[in-house]
Design a binder for this molecule. Structure first.
Ligand code: SF4
Length: 295
């Protein structure tokens, strides 16, 4: 219930829910409509559906809540974080909980300067959390770390003067605690559709040569409609995907005919095509056209 929702908002729902479904058996025996009705007002209804499905699965397999991490993790709606929290807090098993608060605290204690949204930095922090975990009291340790993040090591105003782990904190020693953690968004992926024209004459294919001074200078490529304003477009010949750094293209191949040939274009025979430098998109296009292209 507390996912994405404040404690104060949850409390009355929590009490009412437990009065209505005081154990797994009662929850499993309820219809989905009853469960959703009891949840009504809390939002994010998938949580209720998952909990209901989990209760049914547990009851079907004997009625005992699993106490092994992998079995807990396999229940509907339970990911790494929740499974580690249940395994450590309810069953005393040595699993480190890594949530946003823990990431902030650990990145400061260790002066982790990598982007905590990236896999390498997250892996380092997860390993650190596992290494630091108190094997005798994993539940208390996890809750203490989460609580430290929620009440002392605050995002904008870390309360270092009253912090119980200040003497081990590298960021504090370096005076960079407010600069951590580093959170950079991954670059935005742009999507676009492009059309490449396949113009053939006497077994040769029309290609454009990239101009001097630009990117991929001298490389050959299939023209686009804007390159040949007088072209008459024919049927679609194929389609493929092509990625260039942050751009993801869907490239369509269309047959085309034209009467007048602009000067920067050349007719290339199949042999010549094999001998010239070509952009990757055009190379992919020719591979796709193999068989349909009249050589
Ligand atoms: S000393 Fe400051 S920055 Fe370091 S863990 Fe404590 S509150 Fe966070």
């Amino acid at each position: 219930m507390l996912q994405q929702t404040r404690v104060a908002a949850v409390l009355p729902y929590y009490r009412r829910f437990l009065r209505r479904f005081p154990n797994l058996k009662r929850l499993a025996a309820a219809s989905e409509d009853e469960v959703l009705q009891a949840w009504s007002g809390l939002g994010y209804y998938q949580r209720a559906r998952n909990m209901h499905r989990a209760a049914r699965r547990i009851v079907e397999s004997g009625g005992r809540f699993p106490n092994e991490y992998s079995a807990i993790r396999a229940l509907p709606g339970i990911g790494d974080y929740t499974a580690a929290a249940i395994a450590s807090i309810a069953f005393g098993q040595p699993y480190a909980v890594v949530d946003g608060n823990v990431i902030r605290v650990l990145s400061r204690i260790l002066a982790e300067r990598g982007n905590v949204r990236s896999a390498p930095a997250r892996t380092r922090l997860r390993k650190a959390a596992e290494h630091l975990l108190d094997r005798d009291r994993p539940g208390d340790f996890n809750q203490a770390l989460m609580e430290l993040g929620a009440t002392v090591c605050l995002p904008r105003t870390p309360q270092c003067a009253g912090c119980p782990v200040a003497k081990w904190c590298r960021a504090r020693r370096l005076g960079i605690e407010r600069q951590l953690p580093v959170r950079r968004r991954p670059p935005r992926i742009e999507k676009a559709t492009r059309t490449l024209l396949v113009v053939q004459r006497n077994g040769a294919l029309l290609l454009k040569r990239r101009p001097v001074g630009g990117q991929l200078e001298g490389f050959f490529e299939l023209p686009e409609p804007a390159d040949l304003p007088g072209a008459r477009l024919g049927p679609k010949l194929g389609e493929f995907r092509h990625a260039i750094t942050r751009r993801r293209y869907r490239i369509r191949l269309r047959a085309a005919e034209l009467d007048l040939l602009p000067s920067e274009f050349l007719w290339l025979s199949p042999d010549q095509l094999n001998a010239v430098p070509m952009t990757t998109a055009t190379r992919k296009a020719l591979n796709q056209l193999a068989g349909t292209w009249k050589r």
